[in-house]
Design a protein around this ligand. Structure first.
Ligand code: SAM
Length: 197
């Protein structure tokens, strides 16, 4: 890994460690249950999530609006954060299915694990890891989910290649993310950016 990449990743990791441990301190971006509701999540589902999960939600869309997730499927949530999407997916796949959430921020993974435990969702597991080098077997997933993560990854091509590797042939990617418009690219590209300050 080149030093600039390591520095950027560490900067992003620190940013989300802060959000995981002090969500009320987030002033720049919409986070938490109110943000989830504004993005189209089901209020009933969000209301059932433990506070430690819902409060540090930082997604940018609602991947569940993209299609159904059937019982028995295997889902990987890349950059799972505090586990909102992972736990909602775990409810859909049921105990015959499996959900694996991966995130490089240990504090976020801690929130997700504690949420899975309090909801007794033993088929939802969480690992600390990097999206561009996932320690997940090839063709593991029927569905890859990712919400607000790839924009933060330094090597986006490598992340997409990893997603293609871990998803079964014919599997699906439910992606919500943010993109720079061409005309907004000049300003700020040389800076690390607000999500990672
Ligand atoms: C905007 S948050 C979204 C979290 C979650 N998907 C949600 O909807 O609440 C981005 C998450 O991606 C994680 N992340 C960023 N870059 C990553 C990378 N290269 N590998 C793994 N996780 C990463 C961060 O730690 C953070 O938890």
């Amino acid at each position: 890994m080149n030093p600039a990449k390591g520095e950027l990743e560490e900067s992003v990791r620190r940013r989300f460690a802060r959000l995981a441990t002090d969500p009320a301190g987030e002033k720049d971006f919409a986070v938490g249950p109110r943000s989830a509701l504004s993005l189209g999540y089901d209020p009933g589902e969000i209301g059932l999530l433990p506070a430690v999960v819902a409060e540090s939600f930082a997604g940018v869309g609602c991947p569940f609006l993209l299609g159904d997730i059937d019982p028995g499927l295997a889902v990987v949530d890349i950059g799972c954060g505090s586990g909102v999407d992972s736990l909602l997916a775990a409810g859909r796949v049921g105990p015959r299915g499996a959900v694996l959430g991966l995130d490089m921020t240990g504090e976020m993974v801690g929130n997700a694990r504690s949420g899975a435990e309090s909801l007794s969702l033993a088929h939802a597991r969480f690992i600390v890891g990097h999206a561009d080098r996932m320690e997940i077997e090839t063709a593991f997933a029927d569905i890859a989910l990712s919400n607000g993560v790839i924009n933060l990854c330094v090597d986006k091509a490598r992340v997409l290649a990893e997603i293609a590797r871990i998803v079964k042939p014919g599997g699906r990617l439910f992606l919500a993310d943010i993109f720079l418009e061409a005309e907004s690219a000049a300003e700020g590209l040389s800076e690390i950016g607000q999500w990672s300050d």
